[in-house]
Design a protein around this ligand. Structure first.
Ligand SMILES: [Zn+2]
Length: 440
């Protein structure tokens, strides 16, 4: 039984919000508009000729200094992270964000004004399922400035974050699942904060005209300066999580995974969004299935079955791709959902058992042994396995490449082979197998 797919959502009606932009200090009105399925989030500059729109995607990222700026050609939209964070966390997949300036209103420096705006507009389901990126394996990025971000497979979208200020001041940790209710209550109200030493040069250059203690918390030494007292004792790390949600939304797909972030920032967050794009591209179906011509030194399934006695459901190789000299062999196995073991391993979560990958290595390696002994009247029995490691899960739809290299052939009775299986050029399992030869 399949779970009901999550649907895409947009806003129920348009709603707007006015305020001051942070960097230019100009008055700006932002209006949220509904958009059709698969539209994503786009910003529209109403103040420019032809009212250009731009996709809020990582491909359009321009700069990450202090805020996240996207652009196309000469058009820019600055400081998009707070409105994107609110849209993503509150479940809005498709919307147009219209503005009559190059930056959204800064409000109180938090995402609460956007959450209120989204609540005013309403969030309504659409007729198509949401694209959710489910992580298969951990991915991570590290920057020269000491940021480390990891995403671990998880069945929810969670963030665990450590904020570290200059000289380790105001180090804070917070961990939470991101749901609309949690975001609205625990994350959205957290305001932007700045360290005095970082903004002083900007204030001198008059680069943050709209900045004030009404829309940011300023930390000077150990003192916290703000118009209103701290909203949470750990408000800074909560704001860091708010920014991560906004920046990662540039990935363009919902994430099922646990983000662990140490000292995050817009640059590091964007790098992680790029890594997610790369990871997702790897799992997309190959448009042109690789064809393996018979001959070319390989063996087709008929020839494989002449050598191996194994039959359904235990034949673990579809084709031998080729031999390299007398010591190397590679074979291939297409893993489909019709493999009998997927029914029980595991119901609702099919993963190829690691021991069957070892069996695949053994079958491919024994074909190599057979070639060396030049005898089909003897069969190689698999007698031991050493240093077996299962590195990554193998799923239906994967093409398993099986490689074996003969490392030792003692007499013609015993042989040792170093083997590994790979999927998408990544090693998924490995081991050293020992064989003995017996007459059939
Ligand atoms: Zn922020």
């Amino acid at each position: 039984m399949a779970a009901t797919p999550e649907l895409q959502h947009t806003v129920g009606k348009s709603a707007s919000l006015s305020g001051t932009s942070l960097h230019t200090g100009e008055k700006v009105t932002l209006r949220l508009q509904a958009a059709p399925v698969d539209h994503g989030i786009k910003f529209k500059r109403k103040d420019l000729q032809d009212e250009p729109t731009i996709d809020a995607t990582i491909e359009n990222l321009k700069t990450v200094e202090r805020a996240t700026t996207i652009g196309e050609g000469s058009m820019r939209v600055h400081t998009v992270e707070h409105v994107l964070s609110a849209l993503s966390a509150m479940g809005v997949d498709n919307a147009i964000v219209e503005m009559d300036a190059n930056e959204p209103p800064i409000g109180d420096g938090s995402a609460s004004p956007y959450v209120e705006l989204i609540n005013k507009a309403g969030v309504v389901p659409q007729e198509k399922a949401r694209q959710i990126f489910e992580l298969r394996e951990p991915i991570s990025i590290e920057t020269k400035s000491g940021s480390l971000l990891v995403v671990l497979p998880d069945d929810k979208f969670r963030i665990s974050c450590t904020q570290v200020g200059p000289e380790g001041r105001f180090s804070q940790f917070y961990s939470t699942e991101i749901t609309p209710a949690v975001f609205e209550r625990e994350i959205a109200p957290a305001r932007t904060f700045v360290f005095y030493e970082d903004v002083q040069p900007l204030m001198e250059k008059n680069l943050i005209k709209g900045g004030s203690l009404e829309n940011a918390i300023v930390v000077r030494g150990d003192a916290v300066l703000s118009k209103e007292p701290l909203r949470f004792q750990d408000e800074f790390v909560r704001h860091k999580i708010l920014d991560i949600v906004g920046d990662l939304s540039l990935f363009g797909h919902r994430i099922r995974g646990h983000v662990v972030a140490v000292k995050p920032g817009h640059g590091a967050n964007a790098e992680l969004a790029r890594a997610l794009v790369r990871e997702r591209t790897k799992t997309l179906p190959t448009l042109q299935p690789r064809a393996f011509p018979p001959g070319e030194g390989g063996l087709d399934i008929r020839q494989v079955m002449e050598i191996l006695p194994h039959r359904y459901p235990f034949l673990m190789v579809d084709r031998i791709l080729g031999f390299e000299g007398d010591t190397k062999i590679s074979g291939v196995k297409s893993v489909t959902i019709n493999e009998p073991y997927f029914g029980g391993h595991f119901p609702g979560h099919p993963v190829m058992p690691g021991v069957l990958q070892v069996e695949a290595m053994a079958q491919v390696a024994s074909i190599l042994m057979m070639k060396i002994t030049r005898s089909a009247s003897r069969i190689g029995y698999f007698i031991s396995a050493d240093a077996v490691k299962f590195r990554k899960p193998v799923f239906p739809g994967d093409t398993l490449f099986i490689h074996a290299e003969l490392t030792k052939a003692r007499s013609n009775r015993l042989a040792k082979a170093k083997c590994h299986c790979s999927v998408n050029d990544a090693v998924v399992s490995e081991g050293e197998l020992m064989f003995t030869f017996l007459d059939k």
